[in-house]
Every structure is written in C-alpha cells, then in structure tokens.
Design a binder for this molecule. Structure first.
Ligand code: TXA
Ligand code: MG
Length: 349
C-alpha cells in the first residue's frame, strides 16, 4: 500500500484533505492523525473490519481495546449503555481534552473495537484536525497511539511514517503535539472512579470534580503481581531498543554515577545516552546527552520524553540513563511512562 503523507496547519485546515481522509475512514481504511496528546492511528470505530486492520498495522495483540474518539457530546449516548453523573461532570470540566472515560458499551460498538470487553473507552480530543476528521468520518474513530506496538508513542508526524509507512492509507502531519503523553484514563464502571493510566489530567484535578478517586495500584509499579485493569498497561510499552536505567537520588551523586557508568560502557565500545534537564545537561559525558527542558517545567519534560527515546533508537544508543522526576501532579504520568520504558530498572544512589 502507498501511504499518502500530508502536512496540515491546525489553524488553516484544508477542507479538501479532511474530506478525502474522511472518505478513506468511511470506506474502512486507516488514517494517522494528530491529537493534543500523541498521534492516533484511526479507523471507523463502528466497523469491525477497520479495528482488525488497526491491530494488524500496529502489530498489536487483539485483546488490547481501542479508544473511541468523538467530536460532539451528543455522540456519547449512542455508544454507551448508561452515563453516570460523574461522566457528565468530568465531560463538563475536561472535554474536549486529554481525558478518556470508560463506560459500559452499547451494542453499536463491535467487540473487535473493545478487545472483547463489554466496556468502551471514549475520548473527545481538543485538536481541531482530529475534531474535523472525526466529523468527516461519521462521528466515531477508534484510535490507539500511532506507533508500532512496543515503540514510544508518536509526538511528530514523521514518527508515524517511521512506524506505519506502507501500512495505512494516509498520515496527516499537524506538527508537534502539545502534551506528548497519552490521555489520562478513568474507569467509571467501577464502584469508585479509578485512574487506569495517569496523564495530563492529574489525580488532583479529577478529585476536585469528583471528590474521591482511586488509582489502579499496578500503574504505580508497586505491585507487579496483579494484572493492570487497562489491558494495554501490561505490555512493555514505550520501550527504546537499548537498555534504560533510571537513576534516583541527590543531583551531584546522580551525575557522578551516570558519568561513571557511561565511561565504563564507552570503554567497552558501547554507545551511551542520558536523559537530563537544562540544569544539569552540561555536566554529563555521554555520546548522546538530551535535555527534556527545565526541571521546574514538567510540561516540557512530558512533551520531550517520547521524542528523546526515539532519537536514542535512531542514534543507536545501547545503554541509557535518565534522571528521575518528582512524582507529584503531572510527574506521576511522566514517571509512569519512564518506568515502563526502563522496564522498572531504578538505581538509587
Ligand atoms: O491520548 C490517547 O489516549 C491516545 C490518542 C491517540 O488519543 N490514544 C491512546 O490509545 O493512547 P492506546 O490504544 O495506545 O491506549 C489505550 C489504552 C490501552 O492501555 C487500553 O488497554 C486501554 O486504553 N483501554 C481501552 N479501552 C479500555 C477498556 N474498555 N477498559 C480498560 N482499558 C481500556
Ligand atoms: Mg499506545
């Protein structure tokens, strides 16, 4: 299949491109597109054949359900069984935006889209290209992140091309995404609303609307004996090709440890990489030193993380080290992704 790659400006969207991309989706084809979190790999959510194609293009296990993307509040009721009060309150506060809610599904949503589950994950993205595409496709786009399974989620159009060239009809490049980590997922079908994946909408923000909110303990990495409730969280996601280790502790000792380890690997002829911050970048001696921004700017760290992991792959880094980040607020999502990328390897110094 020849993949068509088209650049779009979110502020001046070419309606002809959206019409053509919408037609591809209605006919059962696949289109990668930008959202405010990461790029998505879209297919018609109500067409089981499209969902099968998504799994094949990503090389994704079929038991890992897809998120259904909508662009109008009135499109929520037809795909859900009932919408609890919490759903309306959260929609009012955070939609359109980087929050995914899980409801009981209606019969309109095929099992292929939900990986066999009787629940459906729904998201209403704020990116304007995404919104126009969803409308043009008929209202419902199933979209996982547009990476090949196991690779870091795409934050640039060309990341989609790297992973999906020849496997999808179209890629819409809308420039760099704003957030850089996937949406927060909250399950509204459990007794107490439960966060299944941390993201830009933090636990604190959700608690301000709902009062109490639980967090699936498996995502904190504290108990690996339990399976996570979001099936996708069990896979080794966001993984770079080399070995990544997180180094935690006093800044000076972290620098000393990482430099020592890099020296040793360099001596064995291995290529090394460091994920650090503006405050410390000049202190590291490694083949690849990448700052994710200022330590005080959590949003920058979130935005840069996946791009840096992909750069390390491109540059052939074999051993990588990352500074650790504060787990409060958005830091919970950053550390969740970083821990997964590192396969939970942490050194405390
Ligand atoms: O920001 C995002 O959410 C991006 C953009 C493209 O919207 N999408 C995304 O999709 O991250 P994906 O497929 O990479 O991650 C979806 C996660 C998976 O871990 C999946 O297991 C979980 O959501 N999920 C989907 N439906 C679910 C359900 N009904 N119950 C529990 N978990 C569900
Ligand atoms: Mg994903």
């Amino acid at each position: 299949m020849k993949t068509e790659y088209i650049e779009l400006d979110e502020n001046r969207i070419d309606p002809d491109v959206i019409r053509r991309a919408g037609a591809v989706l209605r006919e059962g084809g696949l289109v990668a597109f930008p959202t405010e979190t990461v790029y998505g790999l879209g297919g018609d959510a109500l067409n089981p054949e499209s969902s099968r194609k998504i799994y094949a293009a990503k090389g994704r296990p079929q038991d890992n359900p897809l998120i259904v993307h909508i662009c109008r509040m009135e499109d929520l009721a037809p795909i859900t069984e009932e919408i609890p009060e919490e759903g309306y309150a959260l929609a009012e506060a955070f939609w359109p935006g980087p929050l995914t809610m899980i409801f009981n599904k209606s019969i309109l949503v095929p099992k292929e889209t939900t990986g066999g589950l009787s629940t459906v994950a729904v998201r209403f993205p704020s990116n304007r290209i995404a919104a126009e595409l969803i409308r043009a496709a008929g209202g419902y786009i199933a979209a996982p992140s547009a990476n090949a399974s196991g690779r870091p989620s795409p934050t640039l159009g060309r990341h989609c091309l790297e992973d999906l060239d020849g496997k999808v009809e179209m890629i819409l490049d809308g420039g760099p995404v704003g957030i850089g980590l996937e949406s927060t997922i909250i399950d509204l079908t459990s007794e107490v609303p439960t966060i299944l994946r941390p993201g830009y909408v933090t636990q604190e923000m959700l608690e301000q609307v709902l009062g109490s909110v639980e967090i699936d303990r498996t995502i904190l990495g504290e108990d690996s004996s339990l399976p996570p409730k979001a099936p996708g969280m069990k896979y080794r996601h966001y993984a770079p090709r080399g070995e990544l280790v997180i180094v935690e502790g006093d800044a000076e000792r972290v620098i000393e440890y990482i430099n020592g380890a890099c020296r040793e690997y360099a001596g064995r002829g291995c290529r090394t990489g460091v994920i650090c911050t503006d405050e410390t970048a000049s202190r590291y001696r490694a083949d690849l030193v990448r700052s994710a921004g200022s330590r005080s700017d959590e949003e920058s760290v979130a935005r840069c993380l996946f791009r840096i992991l992909r750069e390390f792959d491109e540059e052939g880094a074999q051993f990588m080290f990352s500074e650790s980040f504060d787990r409060a607020g958005l830091g919970q999502a950053v550390m969740n992704r970083l821990m997964k990328a590192a396969g939970h390897r942490v050194v405390k110094v």
